[in-house]
Design a protein around this ligand. Structure first.
Ligand code: 6PG
Length: 240
């Protein structure tokens, strides 16, 4: 499917649009399958979206929350993506604790925790060996360097095609991350991008040709629908 690119006038409009889109996709999933599976991204951009979600009244018991990547720190650590989403949103709604599926980071061994999370996904989706689940919505951010999730340029994580979860590497720091094939199974992938610092990454992602190992977000070509929601600052020089 061709990416649907929308350039919103400012960060407020970006959050409002992303909120509407996510609520619509969650509602459709619940109508069609009785539940919705939403994968959160980390970093700074989605925080106001999570704060807006905290003010919504949705059928929370039918929503299951996962994380697409995680820094290898406890949830209380200021860098924790789980911690950020809980403080901004999940601690403020009536959602069953069993509906929250954070990436484990306490085994002291990132590879072991990557396998632990794979096992949790296998149990949740009743996966057979080698099967990749289809999440309803995967939220993604974009680094200034065109990484997404914790899929960083020229790292081994970009080559992992037979696993659901792998260990990413940011400047020597381990991170857990969805793999490219797992993300590409999604029914909907929504990139949320804000700020002028993302312009260069967007240029190379949408260029007719560029090395995806240098610009990893180019690898994201989901089976389902792909949305790029940009604010005017990030999308200022955008041409498709
Ligand atoms: C993370 C994210 C990462 C993030 C981008 C953009 O764990 O940091 O998952 O992929 O989305 O780095 O981060 P900002 O939103 O802070 O620019």
């Amino acid at each position: 499917m061709k990416p649907q690119v929308e350039i919103l006038p400012d960060a407020t409009a970006l959050i409002a649009r992303s909120l509407d889109l996510i609520i619509d996709k969650i509602a459709r999933a619940i109508t069609e399958r009785g539940q919705a599976t939403l994968v959160l991204s980390g970093g700074n951009t989605p925080k106001p979206l999570y704060e807006a979600l905290a003010k919504q009244t949705l059928p929370w018991p039918q929503l299951h929350i996962f994380w697409g990547d995680e820094r290898y720190v406890p949830r209380e650590h200021p860098d924790s993506n789980q911690g950020m989403a809980r403080h901004a949103w999940l601690d403020h709604i009536e959602i069953p604790p069993t509906n929250l599926h954070p990436m484990p980071t306490l085994a002291g061994d990132p590879q072991r925790d990557a396998e632990n999370y794979e096992n949790e996904l296998a149990r949740f989706f009743h996966l057979s060996a080698g099967e990749f689940p289809r999440f309803d919505v995967i939220l993604l951010g974009l680094g200034d360097d065109a990484h997404t999730a914790s899929l960083f340029s020229h790292t081994l994580a970009l080559q992992v095609c037979d696993r659901l979860i792998t260990v990413g590497n940011k400047d020597g720091q381990p991170r857990l991350t969805f793999t490219i094939p797992l993300i590409n199974q999604a029914r909907n992938v929504i990139f949320l991008v804000a700020g002028a610092s993302k312009q260069n990454a967007l240029h190379h992602i949408f260029a007719p040709s560029a090395d995806p190992h240098t610009y990893p977000a180019r690898f994201i070509q989901p089976q389902g629908d792909l949305y790029w929601l940009l604010d005017a600052a990030s999308g200022e020089k955008f041409t498709k």
